[in-house]
Ligand binder design. Structure first.
Ligand code: DX5
Ligand code: ZN
Length: 220
């Protein structure tokens, strides 16, 4: 199964982000994944709009911004203005998902909704037709380098069935613990946009790691 790879800069060396991104640009990655964490919704704090703006200046690769923050509505405009191509909010902290997704589209970005491991796929039922992305978390969000939760595979399958049943167009994205040992499984289940942090940047050659992931996704 052919997939798109979105390296997560959360796992990159922050002292040389430009060089790290250049390494994965060399293998034409489809997105750069940017993990925004607020220390409330998740137990970690990372980047805000200024970092997205800085990234936008050093790369043309579209920025896939994953908002792991409480009350994401307050920041949608700032992230799109900073240069986000897609904004993904979490179902668990977004009470008016329909309005939020409309707002993201009105701002001119692609809209995604993420679900944590314990959140059932059916919460997406009434919104899935409006989405560009459904992000199935395969770890509990907060940190890079955690172990893949196999339960994500059946959730990806259920998401695929839901999108098909509703006639939606959403791409299924998976995030957390993806490496060459499990990428074929999630691709086979229906994931087409694969976030990879540690398995790309915690290696001596991130470009080779992306190529190996793409290869592993079709080996099955
Ligand atoms: C987890 C983040 C992920 C993380 C993935 O909370 O949403 O995007 O950076 O990193 P790995 O691939 O190392 O699990
Ligand atoms: Zn993420």
């Amino acid at each position: 199964m052919s997939v798109s790879i979105a390296p997560s800069i959360l796992a990159a060396d922050f002292t040389r982000l430009g060089a790290e991104i250049a390494r994965v640009e060399a293998v034409a990655v489809e997105y750069i994944h940017v993990d925004v964490m607020d220390g409330h919704f998740v137990p970690n704090i990372t980047f805000g709009p200024p970092v997205v703006r800085a990234l936008r200046q050093i790369t043309n690769v579209p920025l896939d911004v994953h908002l792991m923050i409480a009350d994401p509505d307050r920041y949608l405009e700032a992230f799109v203005e900073a240069g986000a191509a897609s904004l993904t909010v979490h179902a668990e902290v977004t009470p008016h998902l329909h309005r939020t997704v409309q707002r993201i589209h009105a701002l001119g970005a692609r809209a995604g909704v993420a679900i944590n491991p314990a959140t059932p796929v059916h919460v997406l039922e009434e919104i899935v037709d409006d989405l560009d992305l459904v992000l199935v978390m395969s770890v509990n969000p907060g940190f890079t380098g955690q172990a893949f939760l196999p339960m994500a595979v059946r959730k990806i399958e259920a998401t695929r069935a839901l999108i098909a049943a509703r006639g939606g167009r959403a791409t299924i994205e998976v995030d957390g613990g993806i490496d060459a040992s499990n990428i074929a499984q999630v691709a086979h289940a229906g994931a087409r946009l694969i976030v990879a942090g540690a398995s790309v940047f915690h290696t001596p050659d991130p470009a080779a790691a992306v190529a190996a992931l793409r290869q592993a996704a079709v080996d099955r």
